[in-house]
Design a protein around this ligand. Structure first.
Ligand SMILES: *Cc1c(COP(=O)(O)O)cnc(C)c1O
Length: 434
């Protein structure tokens, strides 16, 4: 697969290089030069297959020049180890549950695939890789689990002391082995700054081959196309292809929606998408008014979507050649405040006995707003409600059941290395641990 930068399409790379670099050298994001349209038979077959087989077929198509058959199989076997079932609330609303992975959020798909790809590259090239990543909670957990016990790769997760939930902290500080948590005496912004500082630090670079695992890596988007393809095919197999399908995506940095749009380019039979956000609604505003105005982010109940300047917007623009009209034909914007989110969680529980986390509830509301008579709604459920016990217990007391993945964490001990918010302290920690 050949890729180019969203800033300049003359800046190009092959897939391996793009994954290792993360960001293109000109600061743009990598996008595939072309995405093949899959034949009609694919969509019929995909509805009868499991998600791993669909992933294998798509990766074999897209990455045939980049990895051997055995390598592509290894990547899929390592990344696609859990299901993404479609649960129907009624005839109209269907929930695509993306939270059955080790950290109970959809980010497991992207993080595990990226980890599998980077470790295949490291193995082949005989390199040892050091991943340095900053997290405000969820990404760190998904990345840490994705890379846990991967030979040849060590991972440093920088996180702000006291500013991630106790549950999130346990998800990446209790793994051990090749996962090292650095507890930074500072903010999330400090952590991000320190990751950048590592990349320009001569002493670290002399001893370590650094790579990032941030959300802009193209390796995270490819696997996210797969669950759209699988779920839509399953819906069509069940209901026939008569009803137009509307796909609602709770969004923050818009990686998930971008993956859906890429799948659409490959023929995903979806009529339109809903970009559902909380009060951080710069993309819904753009879709409505045609102007993109980044804003400082605001805190909400659906905190993984508290993003004021979504990093994947450039990719969306590039897919539509900056044509606002074309984009707003395919994507409808919708946003909801915390009170609406909370009410939706309660309503759906009362009406359907189904518990949604705050992010998924925003997606559900977006779907409800744009669904017309006779259409089929597919809502992406991005996290398990048990990840947000404080909110859920308050709104629907007693409804929450704790899944195995979280129960297991309870008796594990936290291990982290405290560091100050300066590069010296972080460098010492990174270079001392071998
Ligand atoms: C990261 C995240 C989102 C937002 O996904 P984007 O790809 O950044 O738009 C939504 N819900 C949950 C639970 C998340 O962790």
């Amino acid at each position: 697969m050949r890729l180019h930068s969203t800033s300049d399409n003359k800046v190009t790379a092959d897939f391996r290089t793009a994954v290792k670099q993360g960001l293109a050298p000109d600061g743009g994001l990598y996008m595939p030069d072309s995405l093949p349209v899959l034949p009609d038979t694919f969509w019929v077959d995909a509805g009868k297959k499991d998600i791993a087989s669909v992933a294998q077929h798509v990766f074999d198509t897209l990455l045939k020049d980049d990895f051997s058959d055995a390598e592509r199989k290894e990547i899929v076997d390592r990344a696609f180890t859990f299901d993404a079932p479609v649960v129907s609330l009624d005839d109209t609303f269907h929930i695509l549950e993306l939270f059955h992975g080790p950290t109970l959020a959809f980010k497991d798909f992207g993080a595990r695939t990226m980890a599998a790809i980077l470790s295949v590259i490291a193995e082949k090239e005989g390199e040892k890789l050091t991943i340095v990543t900053a997290t405000s909670g969820d990404t760190g957990a998904a990345v840490a689990h994705g890379f846990h016990k991967t030979p040849g790769v060590e991972v440093f997760v920088l996180y702000p002391r006291g500013q991630v939930s106790p549950l999130q902290e346990k998800q990446f500080t209790t793994l051990g082995d090749n996962i090292i948590a650095l507890e930074v005496n500072g903010t999330f912004d400090d952590c991000q700054r320190l990751v950048k500082a590592c990349f320009s630090d001569d002493q670290i670079r002399a001893q370590k081959q650094l790579s990032t695992a941030n959300s802009i890596n193209i390796a995270r988007l490819l696997p996210q196309m797969i669950y759209y393809m699988h779920a839509v095919s399953v819906l069509i197999a069940e209901k026939g292809s008569g009803n137009p399908i509307v796909c609602s995506v709770p969004s923050g940095n818009f990686g998930n929606l971008t993956a859906g749009l890429m799948a659409h380019r490959m023929g995903l039979p979806v009529d339109r998408f809903v970009a559902a956000t909380n009060c951080n609604h710069v993309v819904p505003d753009y879709l409505e008014e045609g102007e993109f105005i980044p804003k400082p982010s605001m805190r909400t109940l659906s905190n993984a979507m508290d993003v004021g300047n979504p990093s994947n917007f450039d990719r969306m623009q590039s897919l539509y050649n900056h044509d606002h009209e074309a984009m707003s034909r395919d994507i409808k914007g919708a946003w909801f405040d915390d009170f609406q989110t909370q009410s939706a969680i309660v309503d759906i529980w009362v009406k359907h006995g189904y518990l949604m986390d705050p992010h998924t509830a925003v997606g559900y509301l977006g779907c409800r707003e744009y669904l017309q008579e006779g259409e089929t709604g597919l809502v992406l459920a991005t996290a398990h409600p048990a990840k947000f016990p404080e909110s859920i217990e308050k709104f629907v007391p007693g409804a929450l059941e704790t899944p195995e993945q979280l129960k297991r964490l309870a008796d594990r001990d936290k291990k982290s290395i405290p560091v100050s918010a300066g590069i010296e302290s972080v460098r010492d920690a990174i270079l001392r641990v071998v």
